[in-house]
Design a protein around this ligand. Structure first.
Ligand code: AMP
Length: 464
């Protein structure tokens, strides 16, 4: 049997039921066959993080959590899927994310009278955090400093550093203006945190690109200027840009089509359209960064691919990442809460691409994992029980213990213990169990001693 082609569905038909979906999945199956058995593979653009690489991710997340603690951020976990409207209204209908990349589905109703909902796997996390801010009246807490770590989903063309399920480490500072949320000091604190994080992880060759994309009033004037400049050019631009030129001219800057770039290069720059308060705010951010010794470069082409940004917008890039060189991005979103039906709540945030952070880290995965302190080798029939009890005792005292099997010969146990990199091997034979003293061999030095049961924990405890 071979995988067949998809059956086209024409016209407005009722939504397929589970059996039909399953049948279609069988037809569209893209995996392989091993002796007539279906081999299912991870979906294109998704991947498994296996040990030892997963240890590098844990290392990164551990460092990040410590750093967030130092800056007094607290963790928030929002759902992985939300109502589609949340992203359409915040990220923007004309953005590539909403227009082309979201995983959206009509959720089936389970009961009569229940309304079907359009749901979407989150393509980013800021919208979800601001939704939660409004839903739980988080303004009552004053300034909220929240961080998240988790998967996001975008149907992009997969390549190195670009996945359809990718991970972001992000943070948001949001609250009433009276709590200082609008201050340039918040922008500087966020940017300084990011530079410290990259330095702490040993990622050296980063560049911070900074811009201000103004407030809605600036944006309206700038959009008018862009529309005017684009009108005579439109016919020369790609179909997407022709549409953007009318509906949301700022998004023209997201265009990746090489032939369009010389025209886009000639367009007016946002820096010429900032009003006095926005200009002043941006100057303050720059002054603070200089005082903190955080290097940056101004880039008035940087507009970010999401509509909700206002004022400060930034990106950190890294030379070693190739085409996908943006390691993180962020900015202010002073009007987002109101856009989602909440009170005025200025805010600023960022999202780091964790996949790219790990790539930039270039840290050898091997050795990143912890090794066992001891390998317990049961020897002879009936010794599994005592070895299991001993392992339980040692583990409860913080010792990393790996447990063998009484069916293994001693040679095999030694081979496994060595392969695992255990510091010690502990022989649990009948004689040892009866006498209460165990043969313990240091696999690095080769030294072997007999140790009473009660003295095992202090001997095996890792040297910290
Ligand atoms: P954005 O939410 O588009 O501002 O993206 C913030 C960061 O997330 C980017 O700078 C990337 O590091 C990362 N990122 C965005 N899309 C992807 C993707 N498809 N695969 C991997 N990382 C991504």
């Amino acid at each position: 049997m071979k995988a067949g082609r998809a059956q086209g569905r024409e016209g407005a038909e009722p939504a397929p039921g589970p059996a039909e979906v399953l049948a279609s999945a069988r037809n569209n199956f893209s995996g392989g066959w091993v002796e007539d058995t279906l081999v299912i593979k991870a979906v294109r653009g998704t991947r498994d993080l296996l040990p030892p690489e997963s240890a590098v991710w844990n290392f990164v997340e551990g460092e990040v959590r410590d750093l967030f603690r130092a800056y007094n951020f607290q963790e928030i976990r929002t759902p992985i899927f939300e109502e589609t409207q949340l992203f359409a209204r915040s990220v923007g209908e004309e953005t590539d994310i909403v227009g082309k990349e979201m995983y959206t589905w009509e959720d089936r109703t389970r009961r009569e009278g229940e309304l079907a909902q359009s749901l979407t796997l989150r393509p980013e996390n800021t919208a979800g955090v601001v939704r939660a801010y409004i839903e739980h009246k988080l303004w009552e807490r004053g300034l909220n400093k929240l961080y998240y770590i988790g998967p996001q989903f975008r149907r992009e063309r997969p390549q190195k550093g670009r996945y359809r399920q990718f991970y972001q480490i992000g943070a948001e500072v949001i609250g009433p203006a009276s709590a200082g949320s609008e201050s340039a000091a918040r922008d500087a604190e966020i940017l300084e945190l990011l530079s410290s994080l990259l330095d702490r992880l040993g990622i050296k060759a980063w560049n911070l690109e900074l811009n201000s994309i103004g407030c809605p009033a600036d944006r309206a004037r700038y959009n008018d200027a862009l529309r005017e400049a684009l009108a005579p050019l439109a016919a020369k631009l790609c179909a997407d840009c022709q549409r953007r030129a009318i509906r949301n001219p700022l998004r023209v800057f997201d265009c990746k089509v090489p032939q369009d770039q010389p025209w886009i290069e000639q367009l007016p720059r946002i820096s010429q359209y900032l009003d006095e308060p926005c200009r002043k705010h941006f100057e303050q951010v720059q002054e603070l960064l200089s005082a903190l010794g955080v290097p940056f470069a101004l880039n008035d082409r940087l507009v970010r691919g999401l509509d909700y940004y206002t004022r400060t917008a930034f990106e950190f890039t890294h030379g070693a990442l190739g085409a996908q060189n943006a390691i993180l991005g962020g900015g202010r979103y002073d009007g987002l809460s109101e856009l989602l039906g909440g009170p005025k709540a200025p805010g600023i945030g960022f999202a780091i691409g964790e996949d790219r952070l790990v790539l930039a880290l270039n840290r050898p995965a091997a050795g990143a994992e912890g090794k066992p302190d001891v390998y317990l080798a049961p020897l002879g029939a009936g010794t599994d029980r005592e070895a299991a009890r001993l392992a339980r005792e040692l583990r409860s005292q913080g010792i990393v213990a790996e447990l063998g099997d009484e069916s293994f010969r001693l040679k095999k146990s030694f081979e496994i213990a060595t392969k695992l990199g255990a510091r010690y091997i502990l022989i649990v034979g009948e004689n040892e169990v009866q006498s209460g003293a165990f043969a313990l061999k240091n696999l690095e030095s080769g030294e072997q001693v007999t140790v009473p049961r009660s003295e095992l924990p202090p001997r095996l405890r890792p040297i910290s």
